[in-house]
Write a protein that binds this ligand. Structure first.
Ligand SMILES: N[C@H](CCC[C@H](N)C(=O)O)C(=O)O
Length: 271
């Protein structure tokens, strides 16, 4: 290893450069890890970086890494420090970050834990193709499906005053075993407009929005006949997201999650 490479590694160990992003209020620490210097197995470090008092503060941490065939690889960690399943809002933010790095030019194909994703940056928003969904289990008062992450979807009234944290925590820890689930509460405003609030697994709190969550809500609302629209607007506390999809004989494909993604600031932190 050359002196320069050693110096780089030492520098990277001492001072970490990161980019703070938010996508409709779901916020992330994003790190360019193409040099593979981040301590990927250090759960405590990831949790500290996401800590809103002792660290940078975020709902999750995302690594952008090299990929041998696609534009990049995405690795996602929840705020609890554990690597997790797919993050839709994080996926939209890493696409914005890849364009910022000059890695892509408007369109991209990348890999994440749930497989290949395509995405496009249009009119300042990021449109991310989500995984196809083949199974939705509809029970009496809730649906359960996996849109890259597991989601419980339940309709409520007066959502603005609903106890998302208390009810969400109960559901997350009760019927879903060790794996748990994210929990989405939804109230219909119009045929193609829904208000959504989400208790997120691995953040263990309500987040201002959840990308795989609103995607689950859109599909569950169509599957249970609450809407006939194949493009719906989801109003979250963090902002508006759109989900469009194509129903097929065995589920849903061409599932697109569209919304804004913003780089809030760049920073360095000593680790
Ligand atoms: N907390 C989720 C992953 C992040 C999902 C969310 N931030 C999104 O935008 O999809 C889980 O552990 O299943």
């Amino acid at each position: 290893m050359s002196l320069a490479e050693m110096a780089f590694i030492i520098f990277a160990i001492v001072e970490l450069t990161f980019y703070k992003y938010q996508g409709t209020g779901n916020d992330f620490v994003i790190i360019d890890n193409r040099q593979n210097v981040f301590f990927k197995n250090d759960t405590k470090l990831v949790a500290r970086l996401c800590d809103r008092k002792y660290g940078i503060g975020a709902d999750g941490l995302i690594l952008l890494e090299n990929h041998n065939a696609l534009d990049f690889n995405m690795v996602y960690y929840n705020a609890d420090g554990n690597e997790s399943s797919m993050c839709g809002n994080g996926g939209r933010c890493i696409v914005h970050f890849a364009a910022f790095l000059g890695l892509i030019n408007g369109k991209t194909k990348f890999e994440a834990i749930d497989g290949l994703h395509t995405a496009e940056i249009l009119n300042g928003e990021v449109s991310l193709q989500m995984a196809n969904v083949t199974e939705i289990s509809n029970n009496q008062n809730f649906s359960f499906l996996n849109t890259g992450s597991p989601h419980h979807v339940q309709m409520v009234t007066d959502i603005d005053n609903f106890g998302v944290f208390s009810e969400g925590k109960k559901i997350r820890n009760s019927i879903y075993g060790n794996e748990g689930s994210n929990v989405n509460f939804v109230e219909q405003e119009r045929n193609d407009v829904f208000k959504v609030r989400t208790y997120e697994r691995g953040v263990e709190d309500e987040t201002l929005s959840c990308g795989t969550g609103v995607t689950a809500v859109a599909l569950a609302m169509f599957a249970t006949g609450k809407t006939t629209a194949k493009e719906v607007t989801l109003k979250t506390p963090g902002g508006l997201l759109k989900v469009s999809f194509n129903p097929t004989e065995n589920g849903y494909n061409n599932v697109m999650l569209t919304g804004p993604a913003t780089q809030v600031f760049k920073g360095t932190i000593t680790i």
